[in-house]
Design a protein around this ligand. Sequence first.
Ligand code: PEP
Ligand code: MN
Length: 360
Amino acid sequence: MFVITKPNTSSEQIATLQAMVEDLGLQTMIMQGSQKTVVGIIGDTKHVPEGAFLNLDFVECVKSVSKPYKLVSREFQKEDTIVKVRGIPIGGKAIQIIAGPCSVETPQQMQASAEAVIAAGALFMRGGAFKPRTSPYTFQGHGEKGLEYLVEAAKEYDLPVVTELMDVRDIDKFLKYEVDIIQIGTRNMQNFQLLKEVGRLKVPVILKRGMSATIKEWLMAAEYIAAGGNTNIILAERGIRTFESAYRNVLDVSAIPFLKRETHLPVIVDPSHAGGQSWMVSALSLAAIAAGADGLLIESHPNPDQAWSDGEQALTPTELKDLMNELRLVARVLGRDLGQRNVVPVSAYSLDKTTQPLAA
Ligand code: PEP
Ligand code: MN
């Protein structure tokens, strides 16, 4: 059971509420949001007198949620969560595209990557500075230097950045470089200590699905972050492991409508790590958008043949731009649109992949 307070409730009022709960022999968990405080009541709440809480003038409502994931469930919150990143909404009507290389390699590569992201019309840039690699003998990322290259290149174009955090000991570096969105990768989806720590931040989090995680496990992982007070969570489906080995992972398209029903959090898709081949990215992206995804996380590289990691799945700048044009058409058919800086009329685009916009 959750007791949700009105905005600007004081700490003394919260203490009053806590004392009332403890008098009933139950425990509380305080979740401090930016506006409201949510007081979770832990224990057997069958005989809790809800009315006594509702009588307190600082209490907005009392909610009981039957799902195991509580704060992130649709049952808890009917309206879609819209995560705002420097004023840009993720979730809601607009579909947001995040593009950029797997790894941050050099300042020149990041500069060219940022130019390609801007030229394609995407609003966010990705790039890994701390890389979770299967082999300890492959490039592990530049670490802090990588954050610097990423942020430097992005700053010139005012692009918010997404980058992966693997270790709680690096959080201060992410805060120092003002990373806009922290990515928790597939291998860390159940690193509960990491989830708890990002739950204490205000920075938005992209939580990727563990490669063999069920939806329930994934949403429970999101609940860890929300329980810390950070509800700026974006779920990213990036393909799961199955018996199929023809491609890197299997994009679980079914997860998209299922999650949209089960949770109020925005859902994005990473078609690059799903298919593992650049030629698959367009089809998987279109499928994701058609199924209701709120955005895409796409790997692109100024020169995929030279990429230090995941080059085979990276789009070239031209491919990225062409894909954006395709996605825009599909989004508009669905009554949505790609997030954009300047609105371009749909008539300016042709369905032909190779055709550039007819008018600026
Ligand atoms: C990545 O996005 O760079 C990455 C490593 O993805 P995943 O965690 O989905 O494998
Ligand atoms: Mn990658």
